[in-house]
Design a protein around this ligand. Structure first.
Ligand code: UGB
Length: 622
């Protein structure tokens, strides 16, 4: 036994290493004194199971050394090391298991915020104000999540947003920001920045593939200098309520790790110096958004308008929430000592809080059929100045949280390993009472349709609750666009019901447009005139800014691609066999994953397709 290691061990008085971790004991001579100290830390933290399957010395020694290198990194990258991580985890896991009310002493009440109704004067006023303000904004996409519930092997932002054009979420987000940039610069000649930056928080699981997606697609039209990737650290995973570290299923010499939660975005923005840079460049707003809510950018202009007009330091977007829906509830919490704050209470904390404070039934719907607490969709708008000031005090650290996905209601075992997380929407918790914290409620059909659940789990959500699946995410796009065109005066047929992967959904006409065509409701209204109608079996895809629908009767498929400067008037009757929807079973592995998780694919039978590459005035009326 190497003398140094033996010395270190003897000092550590491990009563009976040979019994506690016999396989480690056999290999102890392989390690440096520092590594032996780490071994002691792990054993003291009851982590002997990590060495259970270790072979004799001479077998996989590199693996054993790599193990301690990883432990050393994990210990170094977490404030207080693994000991503090495991201690905090045990406390939070115990609370979560007992359903302890994390907000003891606080009583919840329904806060008041700005409630917007799509398309009315108030809404249009806020939308226009938001577009004007947009050039002073910066966007932050948190995209480090694994998407365990979705079970998709790729990165979520590469998923098709809808399969009529097959555009992925990241392309849609970037094109929406560029359309906002162009419209805002056109509105406010000469005032302030002309390029809107996008920061993307990645993790080890998403960084390389996100970079590749951007590079292979020329950043979807953005300048590479306009996009910044910030990589968050990962933390050790926990296998059970005793916070035993999880061994990587593919490598017994590796501890499984996962991203530390979207709350890391604050410390990363602070430590990267980006916020200082943005503020110095005359930017006023930072908008945070998530990876798979395809309707989000329909809601952003008006929400930013609310922030600007109401001068909110913090503005959270919210939608009417169904009880038990996996989104947090925006709640006013008032403490016995008089303190009060408006914050998100996460979906696994709301029920215990309500039951413990005068709502015996906990998280239930009221007579409206919805929870009284607006649903947090984690679309946040902060005013950069006050935000930077606050981060200079906290460094961006956010209080941690554990959200085990339990196998069943006994809460004794996890569906998959969990980890300590921190959530970006917890930022307001440290703000002073004078901070202007508000929220904006929008109708869900217009603002929120995330893709989070795999088909099996989606089919199991409580009846009447949204599926949050790839199926519902895509169908929601067609619904939103159909309802918006109806409000703009187009006669759009009613949807038909159908079932995909066990999910019953409304199938509206497949109406899609690129952000440049319809950034705001006023925009869309200005491009639709006369008697336009779209039948239920129809598909229409509009790419380009200046496409005007005038007395168009569509019964089939129509695809128009108009370059900048090409002005196209479309009218008359367009009738053809169109595109059909063919069902696909999510178990059918002969079909691409991104198709089978939505349960259908488009069959292009016939369409009228026109591309206008040159600027000019064109008219299309077959
Ligand atoms: N994310 C990261 O970037 N890093 C991480 O470590 C973890 C996640 P989930 P969640 O959409 O309505 C949130 O897993 O956290 C990114 C709110 O907390 O999709 O369960 C990840 O890539 C909840 O109140 O969601 O729930 C993704 O873009 C509600 O708003 C984002 O963070 C809910 O989202 C969210 O991660 C919602």
């Amino acid at each position: 036994m190497a003398t140094a290691a033996a010395d270190a061990l003897s000092k550590l008085s491990i009563d009976d290493l040979a019994t506690v971790a016999p396989n480690l004991y056999k290999n102890i001579s392989l390690f440096s004194p520092e590594q032996v100290v780490l071994a002691k830390v792990l054993l003291d933290l009851n982590q002997a199971h990590l060495f259970q399957h270790w072979p004799e010395p001479g077998v996989d020694d590199d693996g054993k050394r790599a193990f301690f290198e990883q432990v050393s990194r994990l210990n170094a990258s977490y404030p207080g090391g693994l000991a503090s991580y495991i201690t905090t985890a045990r406390e939070l896991l115990a609370d979560s298991k007992t359903g302890k009310n994390p907000y003891d002493g606080f009583s919840p009440s329904v806060p008041s915020g700005e409630i917007l109704t799509f398309g009315d004067e108030n809404f249009i006023q806020f939308e226009n104000a938001g577009v004007r303000e947009a050039r002073k904004a910066a966007f932050v996409l948190v995209a480090g999540g694994l998407g365990e519930r979705l079970g998709y092997n790729g990165i979520k932002v590469a998923l098709p947003w809808e399969s009529t054009t097959g555009i992925c979420f990241l392309q849609h987000y970037i094109e929406s920001i560029l359309a906002l940039q162009e419209a805002s610069c056109k509105l406010g000649q000469g005032e302030g920045p002309t390029e809107i930056p996008l920061a993307i928080m990645t993790s080890d699981d998403t960084h390389t593939r996100t970079t590749k997606l951007l590079e292979e697609n020329a950043y979807f039209g953005m300048k590479p200098s306009q996009v910044k990737l910030l990589k968050q650290e990962k933390v050790a995973c926990l296998d059970d309520n005793d916070a035993r570290l999880a061994v990587d299923p593919n490598n017994k010499f590796k501890i499984q790790t996962k991203p530390h939660g979207h709350g890391d975005v604050h410390s990363l923005l602070y430590s990267s110096g980006l916020l200082k840079e943005w503020l110095a460049a005359g930017r006023k707003w930072v908008l945070f958004f998530q990876d798979t809510n395809g309707l989000l950018f329909k809601a952003i202009p008006s929400a930013l308008g609310v922030s600007a007009i109401k001068e909110y330091h913090v503005n959270s977007l919210a939608v009417p929430r169904k009880a038990k829906e996996a989104i947090g509830g925006i709640t006013r919490l008032t403490h016995k000592d008089g303190r009060s704050m408006v914050i998100n209470v996460e979906y696994n904390q709301l029920d215990p809080l309500l039951r413990a404070s005068g709502y015996p039934d906990g998280d239930v719907n009221n007579e409206t059929g919805f929870s009284p607490f607006p649903g947090n969709i984690n679309q946040l708008i902060f005013e950069i100045g006050p935000y930077l000031e606050e981060l200079s005090k906290t460094g961006g650290s956010i209080k941690e949280f554990v959200n085990p996905k339990y196998k069943d209601s006994t809460k004794t075992a996890f569906k998959s390993s969990t980890r300590l997380e921190c959530m970006m929407q917890d930022y307001p918790k440290t703000l002073s009472p004078s901070a202007r914290v508000g929220f904006t409620v929008m109708e869900a059909w217009f603002a929120y349709a995330p893709v989070k659940n795999n088909p099996e789990d989606a089919a199991k959500v409580p009846k009447g609750n949204p599926y949050h699946s790839a199926t519902s995410g895509e169908m929601a796009v067609y619904r939103a666009n159909s309802v918006i065109l109806r409000k703009a005066g187009v006669k759009v047929d009613d949807p038909v019901q159908d079932v995909f992967n066990g999910q019953e959904v409304d199938v509206w006409p497949r109406i899609v447009w690129r952000p440049k065509w319809g950034l705001t409701f006023s925009d869309i209204k200005s491009k639709v005139s006369g008697n336009c109608s779209i039948t239920g079996r129809s598909t229409i895809a509009l790419k380009g800014q200046s496409i005007f629908l005038q007395d168009l009767a569509l019964d089939g498929a129509l695809v128009i691609d108009a370059a900048d400067g090409a002005e196209v008037k479309v009218g008359g009757s367009v009738h053809n066999a169109g595109w059909t929807i063919e069902k696909v079973d999510f178990k059918d592995t002969s079909v691409a994953e991104e198709v089978r998780i939505r349960g259908f694919k488009m069959i292009k039978v016939e369409q009228l397709e026109k591309t206008y590459k040159e600027p000019g005035k064109y008219s299309l009326s077959p």
